[in-house]
Ligand binder design. Sequence first.
Ligand code: GDP
Ligand code: MN
Length: 378
Amino acid sequence: MKLYEFESKEIVARYGIPVPRGRVVDKPEEALQVAKELGAAVLKAQVLVGGRGLAGGIKIVDKPEEALQVAKELLSASIRGERVERILVEEKVCIDRELYISLTVDRAARKLMYLVSEIGGVEIEELAKKYPEKIHKIYVDPNIGYVDYMAREALQALKLPWTLLQDLANIMKGMYKIMIDYDAELVEFNPLAFTCEGKLVALDAKIIIDDNSLYKHPELQKLYGREFSGFERKARELGVGSYVELDGDIGIICNGAGITMMTMDLVYYYGGKPANFLDLGGGVTRERIKKALTLMLSHPRAKVILINIFAGFTKLNEVAQGIVDAVKEVGMKKPLIIRFKGTFAEEGMRILKENGITEVYTELDDAVKMAVELARKM
Ligand code: GDP
Ligand code: MN
């Protein structure tokens, strides 16, 4: 579960890591009030998507009076589709250099890992593509934890003066404690600012908590699910299966985690991009596929829907009837590509074809290729 910047910074500050002074607000008048207390201020939209700076979610106001109007605009805006309900108003920091530091889990190495870079303020994925040599990795043995040599190594990679060693060590130690205490997957400061006054300040902060350990943190568990998209929430309410939102244009419905992942891999392999996936799990009934498909048909980004069902004790004639039910009720708003294999596949295919659903396949490769091709044309 991702925490908002202001939530992350509350934790970070408690662990003794410097963050800019500021407060989170949800009304323009409050933003003005806080800005007046701070002087020159930065207004930051609190959304969970990244890259707010480029998307217009970070505004600097040199005169506090400007904060009212800027806050009004931010609070009525959406950043990459996410509504802004709160803004963090902080003192404006004078930046000499923007740095990057994070602590994350390297699953392959079975270790924690600090990533540090003298280039900050850029998304790390982009940095990794453009200047992989500028990212320095420091592994942390989970049996030993943070050790001071790591700060010395990071200091050099960040090209910071030795006078900052103790400050950097405190930041890295704090990050490690947060990681352990909160069962975090990521603690990231991007940027960590090297200020004009020669100090280190976490200008942006992001913490992601491992969902599987939320039960250990009841105050966070209460918040679980808040970042789900409208569709994720609807799928949960309907009880049709596990739904995950992605950013492509092919809607995917399958029955089981393995077959879903395989179908997604094939879609990517043939050059397509899933809009989402809905894993119906075992025992697909007529009613459940009907609900699932009705939901999918209303998805704004899915141009084509690919259904891949491998039936053991699921009966494909029933699944076919459920598909027909959905199409009759809401109309065939977009192309349906269906692959059936297993119990009563032939009868299922006959039912589909009789009802005007003709893109029906036995081989998954053929179905996926067709879905990718249609999505590309639309
Ligand atoms: P993100 O775009 O969502 O990662 O938001 P950030 O909090 O990282 O802010 C984006 C950029 O805004 C930073 O990389 C800085 O360049 C700039 N910025 C944020 N806060 C300040 C500040 O206090 N002073 C100055 N000069 N720039 C800031
Ligand atoms: Mn950032």
